[in-house]
Design a protein. Structure first.
Lengths: 614, 259
């Protein structure tokens, strides 16, 4: 009975606990609320309207439009968490919208509607009391920051802010130009500076970046190298930033007011660590920049489009040539200005020459401060008369925007000694030096770099030769090495192995001797020695003093066939007879004996070869 | 013709290829991009494979609004001369005008790890350096055979390493991973090589893909984030070689967006 009462009491207790937990108070039944992130709102100062929503499926909030209250359309602060309750999984969503009131007074934010799980809830209205903007604490000037702030503290250390980082501090963009007014084609340097805060608790991811549009400008990127290759750091408003600087040289190609568009950056930043992270969507934009472009004043006829500060020189390739053979005249223009806008200068009053269209070449000269180029025009100048000729002086004119005047440089005249050519055939020369067309300057709405020119021969490569060259270059060294190794090994064997060396020499020596018989003073003795030394060399025995009887014995020891021995003996004895009897061999006899000796030596070599002795 | 006349003709006269190049440049400067493209494509068809030609062709396509062909030709120029700043800059600009601005798919991991140094070396430099080191290797070996001087073994080893490294670099540069560029928007990439297979994802005009398989007119492609699937070869402009004409912009029926 007591147990039953205890069970009943327990069940009632559990039911009460469950009922309490599920009651509106425990479940926090207001799923939507709104508040401001600050107690005091000042005119012109931004603040955040925070909205908290709880539920499974949340739609909204729908922000009302209020006269005098500016509210951002996308939340700058996002916090999300999930919790499990008796009613299931619940999403707690907090969004912070940047807002600003520009005038002092009272503004009421009406209820904000949010749809949660199919039902619409409203927040309580918020009355915002806006006060006058109080004087802001003075921010350190850049000079003070560079020296290190504040003055009362250690001057060697920069001022470091202790305020928490806000989304506005994370990424900064700066776009600036070195002049607001310029002449047509005058170089303007656009500096784009990207600053990203360096902070252990802040992580930034770049989603997108839209570079400023430069319609009406010819654009050239500049490289600036940082000392020691490190990315520079800089303090701004007490925070440390990593700096990326991009430089562009802009050459205005039309007159009037030109606009450099805004530079836009989109990214995501996470501030904090662990469970206390805030995620911010970043959208940073620079203001557009306008440039007033003036037209150039009326210029002399020798002006061909160069605007900037230049130094000019010209020289001839050779001072002495043969009639009809071209030499080169090189005009070099070095300076700061758009090289693509510079056309070749006009040549006038030259007689006795043919001038071909020049090849032009542009080179960027690395310079950390100002874009410097070198443009060369190389003309092929062909004299078609002989004698001491003079190529006349010509003018190169450019507009100097700093001085606002045209500067004309005179180059030449150039003396050339021309020797007459032996070939007097008439020749046709293509002369294109008199009518230079001004180089058109492109307007790049796209910010593209222009096409390039080619001065060398564009003929496609001969594939046959190229395709053979590589296998040849791969195989040839291996074969050459193999041949060299064989030759070297043979030479070493000849030097170290006398038997091999004599065997190798036997044939060539005997052949040489037999070939010189007709002119020898004693052909019979020479033939005799050729045969005996051949046998001695082949068998590596001492050849001095060998008689016909010795040869017969040796041939028998080598198991030569009888007819071969007989042949050898017949020749040797004929030679002995001629030597000792004093009757020289007739020409016919000598020929017959020589022929027989050759056959016998060949047969003897075959015989030794069959026996494996050579 | 005398030697002097030949010399004069050589200096003054330009080859037909140079004339075509100059004409194409003139058309470009006058804003006649279609004519410029036709002339440059003719040069490419004639096997004038120079980075300058591909750069100018790409610029003409770029200015004509044909971004896939422009991207393919910038890539071709960069394959021939990886240090060409104009091509790098304009490629970035051109990719910035595509819908998704996808990165170039990365080369296989082993290639990036072993040949991290060769990106900025033109392929002809890699080729001839390898050949020179190879010839030097056998020359050193021959000298060593003749007279074994000190350090020759070390020199031969160094030459071998250079020859192999640059040879591998040249090999990869001559037969690079087959890159291609999507010609059309909403190009379906499917799970298999049939029109009945489900669509896995879509490519957009100018997206760059790596081709890593082929079957019956279909190719398996991988994009920068590693997604992979099958699409018809006609939907892509291969960066090559061989260099196909990128001017064809007729949209085949199969590329229309489903549904």
């Amino acid at each position: 009975m007591v147990n039953m009462q205890r069970n009943a009491l327990g069940r009632v207790g559990i039911a009460c606990v469950v009922a309490l937990w599920c009651s509106p108070g425990m479940a926090d039944d207001i799923p939507v609320k709104a508040w401001l992130d600050t107690d005091t709102v000042q005119a012109g100062q931004p603040f955040h309207i925070m909205v908290e929503m709880k539920g499974s499926e949340i739609e909204g909030p729908e922000l009302p439009e209020v006269q005098g209250l500016l509210i951002g359309s996308t939340p700058r602060i996002r916090r999300d968490s999930w919790r499990i309750s008796m009613s299931g999984r619940e999403h707690v969503k907090i969004r912070g919208y940047r807002a600003q009131v520009n005038q002092k007074g009272t503004v009421t934010l009406p209820p904000i509607a949010v749809t949660i799980d199919g039902r619409t809830f409203h927040t309580d209205p918020i009355t915002i009391e806006v006060t006058d903007a109080s004087p802001q604490p003075r921010r350190p000037t850049p000079e003070e920051l560079d020296r290190g702030r504040p003055r009362t503290q250690d001057r060697t250390r920069p001022y470091i802010s202790t305020d928490p980082i806000t989304a506005d501090d994370i990424v900064l963009l700066e776009a600036s130009i070195d002049r607001k007014e310029a002449y047509l084609n005058e170089p303007i340097i656009l500096t784009l500076t990207f600053l990203e805060v360096v902070d252990a608790q802040t992580r930034v991811r770049r989603l997108d970046e839209i570079m400023p549009t430069t319609e009406g400008f010819y654009v050239f990127p500049l490289q600036r190298e940082h000392p020691h290759g490190r990315t520079p750091l800089e303090y701004r408003d007490g925070r440390r930033y990593r700096i990326e600087e991009r430089l562009r040289v802009l050459y205005p190609t039309t007159t009037g007011e030109l606009t450099i568009g805004p530079w836009r950056y989109y990214g995501v930043a996470t501030i904090g660590s662990g469970f206390h992270q805030e995620r911010h969507h970043l959208e940073v934009t620079t203001s557009p920049i306008t440039v007033e472009v003036r037209n150039l004043p009326e210029g002399p006829s020798s002006f061909t489009g160069a605007v900037g500060d230049f130094s000019v020189s010209a020289h001839l390739g050779q001072g002495e040539v043969v009639q009809g053979v071209p030499t080169t005249l090189t005009l070099t223009i070095v300076g700061q200005g758009n090289p693509h806008a510079i056309s070749r200068p006009r040549f006038e009053g030259y007689d006795g020459f043919s001038v071909a269209a020049p090849a032009s070449d542009i080179r960027n000269i690395p310079s950390p401060d100002a874009p410097t180029f070198e443009k060369k025009f190389t003309y092929a100048i062909t004299p078609y008369r002989s004698g001491d000729l003079t190529f006349p002086a010509f003018e190169f004119c450019y507009f100097n925007p700093e001085q606002g005047t045209y500067v004309t440089e005179t180059l030449g005249p150039f003396s050339l000694s021309v020797r007459p050519s032996e070939n007097q055939e008439p020749r046709i020369f293509v002369d294109s030096g008199r009518d230079p067309r001004p180089a058109p300057v492109e307007t790049f709405a796209t910010g593209m770099l222009p096409p390039v020119t080619i001065d060398d021969d564009l003929r496609p490569p001969s594939r046959g030769i190229v395709s053979l060259a590589t296998p040849f270059a791969v195989v040839f060294p291996v074969l050459a090495y193999g041949a060299f190794a064989i030759i070297l090994a043979r030479r070493r064997k000849l030097a170290l192995d006398p038997r091999y060396a004599r065997l190798h020499r036997a044939r060539s020596h005997s052949r040489k001797r037999l070939g010189g018989l007709s002119s020898a003073p004693d052909p019979a003795s020479e033939l005799y020695r050729a045969l005996t030394e051949y046998v001695a060399d082949m068998l590596n025995i001492d050849g001095a003093g060998l008689t016909s009887a010795d040869i017969e014995r040796i041939l028998r020891e080598q198991e030569s066939e009888q007819w071969l021995i007989d042949n050898y003996m017949r020749i040797l004895r004929a030679c002995e007879r001629a030597r000792y009897a004093g009757t020289p061999l007739s020409k016919e006899e000598l020929n017959a004996l020589t022929h027989g000796a050759r056959l016998s030596m060949k047969e003897f070599e075959n015989h030794l070869s069959q026996r494996g002795k050579v | 013709m005398s030697a002097v006349s030949i010399l004069v003709a050589f200096v003054i006269g330009a080859t037909a290829y140079n004339e075509a190049f100059d004409q194409a440049l003139e058309h470009y400067r006058a804003g006649h991009f279609a004519e410029s493209i036709a002339l440059y494509e003719q040069l490419v068809a004639e096997r004038v494979e120079r980075p300058e030609v591909f750069l100018n062709l790409a610029n003409a396509y770029h200015r004509n609004g044909q971004y896939p062909a422009a991207i393919a030709n910038y890539e071709r120029a960069l394959r021939l001369d990886p240090t060409m700043e104009e091509a790098q800059f304009n490629l970035t600009q051109c990719v910035g005008r595509t819908k998704r601005r996808l990165e170039r798919p990365e080369n296989p991991g082993w290639e990036s790890a072993l040949l991290f140094w060769h990106d900025t070396i033109p392929r002809s430099v890699a080729h001839w350096t390898s050949i020179a080191a190879w010839v030097l290797l056998w020359l050193v070996l021959a000298v060593r055979l003749w007279r074994p001087l000190p350090y020759l073994r070390l020199a031969a080893l160094a030459a071998l390493v250079v020859a192999v490294a640059f040879g591998a670099s040249a090999w990869i540069k001559y037969s690079p991973s087959p890159l291609a560029v999507a010609r059309y928007d909403h190009t379906p990439v499917r799970f298999g090589t049939s029109e009945d297979d489900d669509i896995r994802f879509e490519l957009f005009e100018g997206d760059r893909v790596l081709i890593d398989g082929k079957a019956n007119g279909w190719v398996r492609v991988t994009i920068a984030d590693g997604e992979r699937g099958w699409t018809r070869l006609d939907n892509l402009i291969r960066v090559g070689p061989p260099y196909e004409n990128g001017a064809n912009d007729t949209t085949p029926e199969t590329n229309r967006r489903p549904g």
